[in-house]
Design a binder for this molecule. Structure first.
Ligand code: 5GP
Length: 197
């Protein structure tokens, strides 16, 4: 297994729990440098500018695109625009950090074009029903928005073969640990707990 740090892209269908896995990594794996994306979406309660996203106006986001500041960007669910800032990611890679991007599938495809030797990890739901339950359970979107996201998710599930590895999100901690080991880092000792019980 390669120990060389570099760029890892985590993508997967809507509501598979990418955000939960990346939050777990942010809280538990300071050795991973998690990219903070720019977005035109309004902050949800509890979201902090510069921590969860850089919240931008449409005009500010358009300027980032025009000035070539983004490694990738995409309109997600036909609504808001999200993108990865090139400068911060490049700096972190140059510093030898293990960099993780949690982005949508369209963005992952752009990174594959720009950085073909990055590692591409697909986060998959244990089952379709579980994914629907998670999406509806979040309760932050309207029924129309939920339906739109489910339709996107079906298309996104079909993209799994484009990725180097698949991680099943059956348990957030386990999935995060598997992702971290795919990144060439050492997962924390709690990995041993289930078999010790
Ligand atoms: P949310 O609005 O729920 O935070 O995120 C919606 C979707 O946007 C998620 O699928 C997430 O992976 C994606 N996303 C977040 N940041 C980026 C980014 O920088 N680029 C792309 N392409 N997608 C992103």
């Amino acid at each position: 297994m390669s120990k060389k740090p570099g760029l890892t892209v985590l993508a997967g269908p809507t509501a598979v729990g990418k955000g939960t896995v990346s939050t777990y990594i942010r809280d538990n794996y300071p050795e991973v440098w998690l990219s903070v994306s720019a977005t035109t979406r309004a902050p949800r309660p509890g979201e902090v500018d510069g921590v969860h996203y850089f919240f931008k106006s449409t005009e500010e986001f358009e300027r980032l695109i025009a000035e070539g500041e983004l490694l990738e960007w995409a309109v997600v669910h036909g609504q808001n625009t999200y993108g990865t800032l090139k400068s911060t990611v490049n700096e972190a890679i140059e510093e030898g950090r293990s960099v993780l991007l949690e982005i949508d599938l369209q963005g992952a495809r752009q990174v594959k074009e720009a950085v073909p030797d990055a590692k591409f990890v697909f986060l998959a739901p244990p089952t379709w029903d579980e994914m629907v339950r998670r999406l509806v359970g979040r309760g932050t979107e309207t029924p129309e928005e939920q339906q739109r996201r489910l339709e996107t998710a079906k298309l996104e599930l079909a993209a799994e073969p484009e990725f180097d590895h698949t991680v099943i999100n059956d348990d957030v901690r386990r999935a995060a640990d598997e992702l971290v080991s795919l990144m060439g880092l050492t997962p924390h000792a709690h990995l041993q707990e289930p078999s010790a019980r």
